[in-house]
Design a protein around this ligand. Structure first.
Ligand code: MTE
Ligand code: MO
Length: 494
């Protein structure tokens, strides 16, 4: 047997590891997924600079998990950075003595302030780090000699301490982030908002639904989320401004109040992400309250050659597409009767009828009219998600039913509308019409479909497809989500 030689962990390195993890854990415990979290800017930097091919690979293999991995990686990097500062400070101990702890504290505080932008937060993180360094130093003063058993004990307590701190910090910070779901957001009130109209419209959608409990509703309970960063911007409506810039007759800015005082519209609209799978769930619908974009375009009187526009978000996001597509759009500040939630773009987002999700810029800060077309965030990374959505009938409900089996889902064709959903239980040879929810007058809203049948004994394949208002059948040809969005007929075998 050959004895394994383990690299031995010095006391200083052990202290540095635990202190580095503590810095990140304390920060997360205090603020959760907020901009002040010390790893937030690093995560944003990593996702901004990561090659498009790598991002697309992550999206198409591990999906949203990719973003979580990136977030975790940023946290590890930042823990290493804090640990390094502590370790380097401890090198200076021979000359500085106790001053090394002070040096560790000062450098930690500077880094924490640079990353979080908040002095109080930086001080609290520093307090934790200094406590750990001081405790480590104190323990060293009492412990003489360095028997092997104490080395092993040190390695174990370092790992235990680091993992324990990370776990406690994660748990404490998990629910700290500002309200993420539409249900938690405040009720939308004031100015031109008429609560009664909102309630009526929501009731209208409920009345239009197919009477089958197991179907997902017309107005989504949980609206999906796709963001370029793991931490959403935290904007304050009172400071928020929308700038209209570029090739326009007059550049100008609007405050939140300006926007809220303009014409109000409540419309149902569906969003679908170009990066979702064919039968995926990155598609949802809501009642949006906002002001039509048209007035902003008319006031600006754009003159650019490309007749195109770039929307910018506070998170550094951008998307470029034709002004014609923006014309019928809405600048939304309300969602399902609540203030637009932070996760969906508070205080104002764009809604562009019939286009893929990426066109609907959140945390909107600038509408820039262009002279020449330039690529936005996703197009720079190889996607082509600025056009109209591809029609789809989803198969999301498969359940037992008194009449046999219930199949159902939603069909969405953007502004093409949905006139019919057809179901085949013989792999596409013969088709029958499914039941549909009542058509809402809104241009860009999905419909529910349902189909009950008595399943045959033998194995069979169910296929679903939608037909738009012009009678065009959803294309059968299969195509992956990259780069123009998934297409084809959804099927399921029994
Ligand atoms: N500012 C900003 N706007 C954005 C995004 C983003 O990351 N940042 N993601 C886009 C994408 S890819 C989609 S699919 C939709 C998702 O909107 P949701 O998160 O409200 O569902 O927002 C779009 N608007
Ligand atoms: Mo998307």
């Amino acid at each position: 047997m050959v004895a394994l030689t383990r690299p031995s962990l010095s006391r200083e390195t052990a202290i540095a590891i635990v202190a580095g993890v503590a810095a990140v854990a304390i920060s997360y415990a205090l603020v959760g997924r907020a901009q002040a979290f010390v790893a937030a800017p690093v995560e944003a930097f990593l996702s901004r600079t990561m090659p498009g091919a790598l991002i697309t690979f992550a999206i198409t293999t591990v999906g949203s998990l990719g973003q979580e991995l990136n977030f975790a990686m940023a946290a590890v990097f930042v823990a290493v950075a804090f640990g390094l500062l502590v370790r380097l400070s401890l090198f200076a101990r021979t000359t500085l003595g106790g001053g090394a702890t002070l040096l560790a504290g000062v450098t930690t505080c500077v880094l924490a302030f640079l990353l979080s932008g908040q002095p109080v937060h930086a001080l609290l993180v520093t307090g934790g780090v200094v406590a750990i360094v001081a405790a480590g130093e104190l323990a060293a003063a009492f412990q003489r000699g360095d028997p092997l058993s104490s080395k092993r004990r040190r390695a174990l307590s370092t790992i235990g301490g680091a993992v324990g701190l990370a776990a406690v910090g994660y748990q404490a910070g998990r629910y700290k982030a500002p309200s993420a779901t539409a249900e938690e957001a405040a009720t939308l009130e004031g100015q031109t908002v008429d609560r009664e109209v909102i309630e009526d419209r929501l009731a209208e959608a409920e009345a239009a639904e197919i009477d089958e409990e197991r179907l997902d509703p017309l107005v989504s309970d949980h609206f999906y989320n796709v963001d370029i960063n793991a931490v959403d911007p935290e904007l304050d409506a009172n400071d928020w401004e929308l700038s209209i810039t570029g090739t326009v007759e007059t550049e100008r800015t609007y405050t939140y109040d300006d926007v809220r005082r303009m014409e109000t519209e409540h419309r149902f609209a569906t969003l679908r992400c170009v990066g979702e799978t064919l039968n995926g769930h990155k598609i949802d619908s809501a009642l949006w309250t906002g002001t039509p974009v048209r007035a902003f375009i008319e006031a600006a009187n754009p003159q650019g050659d490309c007749e195109c526009v770039m929307l910018h978000g506070a998170d550094g996001y951008s998307v470029q597409f034709p002004i014609d597509a923006l014309e019928p759009g809405l600048l939304a500040y309300g969602m399902n009767g609540n203030v637009l939630p932070r996760a969906h773009g508070y205080p104002v987002r764009a809604l562009v009828p019939g286009h893929w999700g990426e066109v609907n810029a959140k945390w909107l800060t600038e509408i820039e009219f262009l002279e020449e077309a330039v690529d936005g965030y996703w197009e720079q990374r190889g996607w082509h998600g600025t056009g109209p959505v591809v029609p789809v009938a989803k198969l999301h409900t498969e359940a037992d039913h008194p009449d046999g089996r219930l199949l159902g889902g939603h069909a969405y064709g953007g502004t093409r509308g949905v006139s019919r959903v057809e179901v085949s239980i013989d792999g596409g040879d013969t088709w029958t019409e499914a039941r549909l929810s009542d058509d809402l007058p809104d241009q860009d809203m999905w419909r529910q479909w349902a189909y009950t049948y008595d399943p045959p004994e033998e194995s069979h394949t169910v296929v679903v497809r939608m037909v738009d208002d012009d009678g065009t059948i959803q294309p059968k040809e299969e195509r992956p989500r990259f780069p123009r969005g998934p297409s084809g007929w959804v099927s399921s075998s029994y």
